[in-house]
Write a protein that binds this ligand. Structure first.
Ligand code: SF4
Ligand code: SF4
Length: 441
């Protein structure tokens, strides 16, 4: 039997915890009375509002744009009235500029007509992706039209769609692949045309056999002499879905330190981003709603919800039956790389993949202790770093000396902290080190 693909160094095996939501079909959440659109949802310059307070907006209408620098426009997820241009609670930055829209419940829904895209050239397709506000919705939020235009000195020959979804609990990409396989694959074909290449691999962890089956069917139907789309079953190992690890698992190519995937001829896109590219190009539909997983023992019921961007956590909680006793932690994203939030006023953004409501029995509350020099963190680090040395330097007030340990190669996957028997907050130590050390040029 062919062995499953994976990356060669490090990794961890946290409990998958996907049973709560993996069998639940995507459910469209009713629109709440009010949405809060954070203006800086992507990497780059935040949007400036293009609407004034009390202005009427239509569903899909432009409400923000980036005039200078890296960025994408922002669109109204519903028809309504601009109630305020102020600030919202932000999970990382505490607060952030935003637009609040009061929903007009009388407005008719917008219908998007299917358009053919095959006659469009690469720059016309890229313009559609930009105009629809598409960013990498499975991760950091990098503007997609920029990622799909790699530097001319790094010729690309391979597209990888990332369907690994290796974080515990999260099943949103799983459901998107299962329920919209043809759209994801058509999104891949659009990306191939933009990049002017013919080869695409779709990497999916082997704990999603139904998604692998559906995506294989769709890929076989879409493939032809000038377009080869292959589905690759990956070993279940965290962080299989990180770009560099996925590239090495699928192609055997190792992205050099501090380099982009295009340095080894690869572009990676998340499967849900491919679906957003499909919607933008085939229907001209801006990115203003997305599928998120809501799970954990602290919420009334789990779900894979299609929500409007700007929906507040408190509206999601109310829709899913309220909070349950014993709630100890709310996490935006997965338990390995997500961020704890302390307010239910936080709105969903384009990069929100999950909201987890975890009870005491789902989190580790043991206090951390001294390093026992077991070396497990070194073994777990997929980048070959030395987390214990970084932590020791930070604790000794020598964070500025940590660049020698390759801290800027750390993508904060949390594998080291997960395996540490002393429960040392190794990711927090690395974050502190990154703030103090000088980034190599
Ligand atoms: S040092 Fe960084 S990359 Fe390595 S395991 Fe820890 S968090 Fe992950
Ligand atoms: S895993 Fe924890 S205890 Fe072991 S060497 Fe690393 S930091 Fe120290």
């Amino acid at each position: 039997m062919k062995s499953l693909l994976t990356f060669p160094k490090g990794g961890a095996h946290p409990p998958e915890c996907k049973a709560q939501s993996q069998g639940l079909a995507i459910e469209i959440m009713p629109v709440p009375d009010e949405l809060e659109l954070i203006l800086g949802q992507h990497i780059g310059a935040p949007c400036s509002p293009t609407v004034a307070k009390r202005a009427e907006v239509g569903e899909g209408g432009l409400v923000g744009e980036v005039k200078k620098g890296l960025g994408v426009p922002l669109h109204a997820p519903v028809a309504g009235k601009v109630k305020d241009i102020g600030v919202s609670v932000h999970p990382i930055r505490v607060s952030a500029p935003s637009i609040t829209i009061s929903v007009d419940r009388e407005a008719p829904p917008v219908h998007y007509e299917k358009q053919s895209w095959q006659q469009l050239d690469s720059s016309e397709l890229l313009a559609k992706v930009h105009d629809a506000g598409v960013i990498g919705i499975g991760g950091a939020g990098f503007p997609t039209h920029v990622k799909l235009k790699p530097p001319s000195d790094s010729p690309v020959d391979t597209l990888i769609l990332n369907g690994a979804e290796c974080e515990p609990y999260i099943t949103a990409d799983h459901r998107v692949m299962l329920e919209s396989a043809a759209e994801v694959v058509e999104g891949a074909k659009i990306i191939l045309k933009i990049l002017g290449i013919s080869q695409c691999h779709i990497g999916i962890e082997n704990n999603k056999p139904d998604a692998i089956r559906e995506m294989k069917k769709a890929a076989e139907m879409a493939s032809g002499p000038d377009c080869i789309i292959k589905v690759e079953a990956l070993q279940v190992k965290y962080p299989q879905g990180s770009e560099k690890q996925l590239i090495q698992a699928v192609t055997g190519r190792k992205v050099p330190a501090m380099a982009l995937p295009s340095a080894v001829g690869v572009v990676v896109q998340n499967v849900s981003t491919a679906k957003a590219i499909h919607d933008a190009v085939v229907y001209g539909k801006p990115l203003y709603e997305k599928v998120i997983t809501v799970a954990g023992n602290g919420i009334g019921r789990a779900a894979n919800l299609q929500v409007k961007i700007g929906t507040k956590l408190k509206d999601i909680v109310e829709y899913l039956g309220g909070l349950k006793p014993g709630l100890a932690k709310i996490i935006l994203g997965g338990p390995m790389m997500g961020f704890a939030v302390s307010s239910l006023d936080v709105p969903v953004t384009k990069t929100t993949s999950a909201v987890l409501f975890l009870t005491e029995d789902e989190i580790d509350t043991r206090p951390h202790s001294q390093c026992i020099r077991c070396g497990w963190c070194l073994e777990a680090c997929p980048m070959g770093l030395e987390p214990k040395e970084i932590a020791i330097h930070v604790e000794a007030n020598r964070a500025e000396d940590t660049a020698q340990f390759g801290i800027f190669e750390c993508f904060e996957c949390g594998s080291c902290a997960y395996v540490c028997p002393a429960k040392r907050p190794l990711v927090q130590f690395v974050r502190l080190a990154k703030m103090k050390a000088k980034r190599p040029q």
